[in-house]
Design a protein around this ligand. Structure first.
Ligand SMILES: *Cc1c(COP(=O)(O)O)cnc(C)c1O
Length: 346
């Protein structure tokens, strides 16, 4: 096991965090004259629970983890930014990403003046574990892996991921934003073996709540403590906490959406596979898929004209000629297929 403290920036290790009124007195039944809140307009007049205790209890039950292994943020994007700021010194340290992948890793690193070492995935969209490990040096603090990966849609080979976890001296982040759509297990299962592992999940995709901004980092308590130490005190607002609690108590809704989306993913793949301009449909473990087509820009623009917006990924490494389709409702998907059928016969 790692001594996580060794990898933390010295100024963060020594930081004395802001202590909020809500943290200093934790009781519920009292007259609160401590935080300069307005006494009217309950419940919105009160600052939210800074550590989201009730919500974390519910999520922990759901994920079969302990609350001290869980950090909640303003989207998982917040966790990505905080992790970079905990472990990487500006102008000195680097993160490693497996290209192509989710754009926020590089943006967060760039904002913080952290070097980004991009190692291309192999042709079958798998991380090249050996190349990644060879590229690391004493300034490489974080390896970012995304599985199922965005924009390619596939899950990474478990042996490759475990090799990286076993051999890298630093933090390994596995972004599982799409794990609910995957047939594979979460890396939450190996948390007890790797205290340098951070698993990211989100309420933005399967849970259908991108608008409330709620993301999760699941890791060893050492790492969670540092995330809590440097976050904004009230990073998850009270409305978000309330809506998330309600959603969790109706988990069957999420499960139904996931199974509907998976059925529609099958439908779309079948329909697309019969179209002459479709060259390849890549296997997917997410709620979207990558499709290689002839003349991607023409198809993209044609669809925009029909008010159907897909993602043009044709300029992205290894994704030449590719469009990325998110699975919609049955009605939306039918409209998409009809439009593409018309394009074909134009
Ligand atoms: C959509 C997505 C997220 C979600 O980010 P939030 O900030 O939680 O909305 C995270 N990672 C990847 C790879 C994504 O595609």
């Amino acid at each position: 096991m790692f001594d996580i403290n060794k990898y933390v920036r010295p100024n963060i290790r020594q930081l004395k965090p802001y202590s909020s009124a809500k943290e200093e007195y934790k009781g519920k039944e009292a007259i609160f004259l401590d935080a300069n809140e307005n006494p009217y307009n309950a419940p919105y007049n009160r600052y939210p629970d800074p550590l989201q205790t009730k919500l974390k209890e519910k999520i922990s039950e759901l994920k079969n983890i302990r609350p001290d292994q869980l950090f909640l943020g303003n989207g998982s994007d917040e966790a990505i930014d905080l992790l970079i700021r905990i472990f990487c010194s500006p102008g000195k340290d680097s993160i490693i990403i497996a290209d192509p992948t989710y754009g926020m890793y590089k943006v967060c690193a760039d904002i913080n003046n952290i070097n980004v070492l991009e190692i291309s995935l192999t042709e079958d969209f798998q991380p090249d574990a050996t190349a990644i490990l060879e590229k690391t040096d004493e300034n490489s603090k974080i390896i970012m892996l995304c599985s199922p990966n965005n924009p390619t849609g596939n899950s990474f080979d478990k042996n490759k991921v475990l090799k990286i976890l076993d051999e890298f001296n630093g933090i390994v982040v596995i972004d599982e934003a799409y794990i609910d759509f995957s047939k594979n297990n979460s890396y939450i299962n190996v948390l007890d073996q790797y205290n340098n592992l951070v698993v990211l999940q989100t309420f933005s995709k399967a849970w259908g709540m991108a608008g409330i901004r709620l993301g999760m980092a699941i890791a060893s308590p050492d790492i969670i403590n540092y995330l809590n130490k440097i976050k904004y005190p009230y990073n998850v607002n009270c409305i978000t906490q309330e809506i998330a609690l309600k959603a969790i108590s109706n988990k069957h809704k999420k499960d139904k959406w996931v199974s509907d989306i998976l059925a529609q993913r099958e439908y779309l793949a079948n329909k697309l596979s019969t179209m002459a301009f479709v060259k390849k449909i890549y296997p997917t473990d997410a709620n979207f898929f990558l499709v290689k087509v002839e003349q991607p820009k023409n198809i993209y623009n044609y669809l925009v004209n029909q008010k159907i917006i897909v993602r043009d990924r044709s300029n992205v490494n290894l994704c030449e000629g590719c469009l990325r389709f998110t699975v919609g409702t049955p009605k939306e998907n039918k409209i998409l297929i009809n439009a593409l059928n018309k394009y074909e016969t134009k």
